[in-house]
Structures are given as structure tokens and as C-alpha cells.
Design a protein around this ligand. Structure first.
Ligand SMILES: *Cc1c(COP(=O)(O)O)cnc(C)c1O
Length: 361
């Protein structure tokens, strides 16, 4: 399939320099957006067409647009980083392009050629590079997504899709700046079941997780931990981050990719970096009872969550029903900090990139 060229539409009213400067001085995650967006359309029989870089603005949708009824929607999340030499770079964008298509297949949606996904992301960064926020840990967060745009109420995979990339300048994800987060184990809700959509990055997974996340917040915690649907015993992941467990012998455990958790690119990166550092990483199920017992005995020394938005975030405290337990000293542990620093150093171009993860722009 040939890749369409991007048309650049004129922008009649760019946001003024002083308004932009104020907006990116201390951006709250996901609240600030840039001037442009990228859009590509798909029509069955015709393929991908109308690739455009255009002014960011509202979409006009017919009320019978399929996504509004049957939720055929997928997304990705990645960041453009500023390197110490002032240039910009993407991190493992090829992995995002591949995962996007894995999600598309699961949701019976059209696949987007990976080179077109990557070209669209690069167009988005090029259009709004001057929106890069001048803050510690700052980045341009890119949100490629695709939805069923066909106007039809029949239940079937849509014949038309719109793919978009929007850009949001971001600082640190957890604005409290807390050294470690606290987790609430959901006893009532599960996120995904075998054969379901847990491994696809689709909006529907988030829709079903929000009630549990709200419960976590209402109980004074930062994030919810989901257990497996079948036995309510095995730790799966948070609403939007994967989990890692560090033991006193220096080994690390993370839940395996069995189809019910999202295959995080940060997760894969951490596994690789840990093995590069000579640590033993086991991808194996880890039970909630064992987590508590190991934390209490001291066998487990650290736990952390990871994902693109929040990078690597230490877990300080966990609550299950009436009982709570503390991880290590309740703050960031040594292994967590070492892995996070290594990851950030590669992302910012300060450390060698032996795996070819960084794409300079
Ligand atoms: C996106 C996501 C992650 C993290 O994936 P990264 O590629 O590391 O950003 C983890 N869990 C869920 C449910 C997600 O949607």
C-alpha cells in the first residue's frame, strides 16, 4: 500500500506567543494542547487517504458515528524528549506503531502502515516543536488514536476510520511530586479477562477501570491495582501502568504477558535494562498474598509501576480491604531509582543507546 503525502493546511489563528509561554510554564498532564493535529482517513476499498497537518479543533461527528455507540477506538501514548544538545527525539516509536496495529487487529479495525504511523508522529512534533515545555521532566506527549467514523448503527466492524495525532506539553505526571504512590487493591472489579481486550490499548479498557480508580481515590490512594478475573489472586497491573517487584536477592518479577495485561513498552524496556545490568528478571505470576507476606518479611524490598506517562513510579504503600502494608521504607528504593535513571539517561541522550531505541528528529 502506498503512503499518502501529508498536506499542510494553513493555520488562521495560531495561539499567541505569550499565551503559549504561560500555558507551558507548568502544564498539568493532559490539559494543554498545541496548535496543530494530524489526521488521516481510511475508507474500505480505498485505503488510507487525506493525510493532513491541520489546525487543532473540534471534530464534527454525525450522532450515528459508530464509535459513539460501539466504542471501536484505540490509542497510543508516547513522548518526544529534548536531548541535552537541544535536539528532539522519540523513544521506541516503532514499538508504538506495532502495538497500535496489534490493538487494531483485536478491535477488528483497519491497520495503519507502520511507516505512516511514524511519519504522522514526526509531522505532529515538527508542527509544534516550539510548544516544548521548559520544565524538569518535560516532554511533548503525543496521542495517536483512531476511531470508527462510519455513520451506521448496524453492529459490525466499521468501513471507515479516522486516525489523529494530538500533542500535549507535559511535566511530571504525578503533580503532588510525592516520592512514592499508594495503591488500592480492587476486590470488586477486574480490568480484563482471558480472551478479552486487556492487551489492546483501547478506550473501553479505561472506561471499565474508572469506577475502580474512583474507589481508590475515595479511599485515599493514588491508583488501583487489578487482580486476575478468574481467581482474584494474581496481580495484573494498574489502570494504566505495569508492575514490577524487587527482591532482597536482587531479582525482579513482573507479571507475564498472557493476554490480560497491556504489553507496556516501558515494561519491555525495564526488563531489557535490568538484564543488561546483570539482574535476574522473571516474567511470572505473583500473588497478592505473597506480595503482602514478602513485604512484611522483608524478602520483597521494592515495588514500582511504569508507563510512558509516569515513567517509573515507586510504590510506598498498598491497601487491601482492612489491611495495609508498606513496601521497604515506603519511598523509592535503590534498584527502582537505578533503573529509572538509566531509562531517563537513554531517553535524554545522556547514555549510550545499544538497542537503537532513540530516533533523533
Ligand atoms: C499504555 C498502558 C501501559 C503502559 O504502556 P507503555 O507503553 O509503557 O506506556 C500499561 N497499562 C495499560 C493499561 C496501558 O494502557
Amino acid at each position: 500500500m502506498s503512503v499518502p503525502a501529508f498536506i499542510h493546511l494553513p493555520h488562521p489563528n495560531l495561539i499567541a506567543d505569550d499565551v503559549r509561554a504561560a500555558a507551558i510554564a507548568d502544564p498539568v498532564f493532559g490539559r494543554v494542547f498545541t496548535d496543530h493535529m494530524v489526521s488521516i482517513r481510511y475508507t474500505e476499498g480505498q485505503g488510507w487517504h487525506d493525510a493532513q497537518v491541520m489546525p487543532r479543533g473540534p471534530l464534527s461527528l454525525d450522532p450515528a458515528t459508530a464509535v459513539l455507540h460501539y466504542a471501536q477506538e484505540i490509542f497510543e501514548g508516547l513522548k518526544a524528549y529534548r536531548l541535552d544538545d537541544g535536539s528532539m527525539a522519540l523513544f521506541r516509536v516503532e514499538a508504538n506503531a506495532a502495538r497500535f496495529n496489534a490493538s487494531a487487529r483485536r478491535m477488528a479495525m483497519a491497520e495503519l502502515p507502520e511507516d505512516l504511523f511514524i511519519a504522522a508522529v514526526k509531522e505532529a512534533v515538527a508542527a509544534d516543536a516550539h510548544w516544548f515545555p521548559p520544565v524538569d521532566g518535560g516532554a511533548l506527549y503525543l496521542r495517536p488514536f483512531m476511531f470508527a467514523s462510519e455513520v451506521f448503527l448496524g453492529v459490525k466492524p466499521a468501513a471507515e476510520y479516522q486516525f489523529l495525532v494530538i500533542t500535549s506539553p507535559v511535566g511530571n505526571y504525578f503533580k503532588s511530586g510525592a516520592p512514592a504512590i499508594s495503591l488500592w487493591v480492587s476486590e470488586d472489579y477486574t480490568r480484563a479477562a482471558p480472551g478479552g481486550t486487556g492487551a489492546a490499548k483501547c478506550g473501553g479498557n479505561y472506561a471499565s477501570s474508572l469506577v475502580a480508580q474512583r474507589e481508590a481515590i475515595a479511599n485515599g490512594h493514588d491508583q488501583v491495582v487489578f487482580l486476575d478475573a478468574a481467581e482474584h489472586r494474581w496481580i495484573e497491573e494498574l489502570g494504566g501502568m505495569n508492575m514490577f517487584f524487587v527482591f532482597d536477592d536482587g531479582s525482579i518479577v513482573t507479571p507475564p504477558l498472557t493476554g490480560t495485561i497491556l504489553p507496556g513498552i516501558t515494561r519491555d524496556t525495564i526488563i531489557t535494562l535490568a538484564r543488561d545490568a546483570g539482574l535476574t528478571v522473571r516474567e511470572e505470576p505473583y500473588a497478592i498474598d505473597q506480595w503482602q507476606a514478602d513485604a512484611e518479611s522483608g524478602k520483597l524490598t521494592e515495588s514500582f509501576a511504569c508507563g510512558t506517562a509516569a515513567v517509573v513510579t515507586p510504590v510506598g504503600k498498598v491497601t487491601r480491604g482492612e489491611s495495609s502494608f508498606t513496601i521497604g521504607a515506603g519511598g523509592p528504593g535503590q534498584v527502582t531509582t537505578k533503573l529509572k535513571d538509566k531509562l531517563v539517561d537513554i531517553q535524554r541522550g545522556r547514555a549510550a543507546d545499544p538497542h537503537g531505541w532513540v530516533t533523533r528528529l
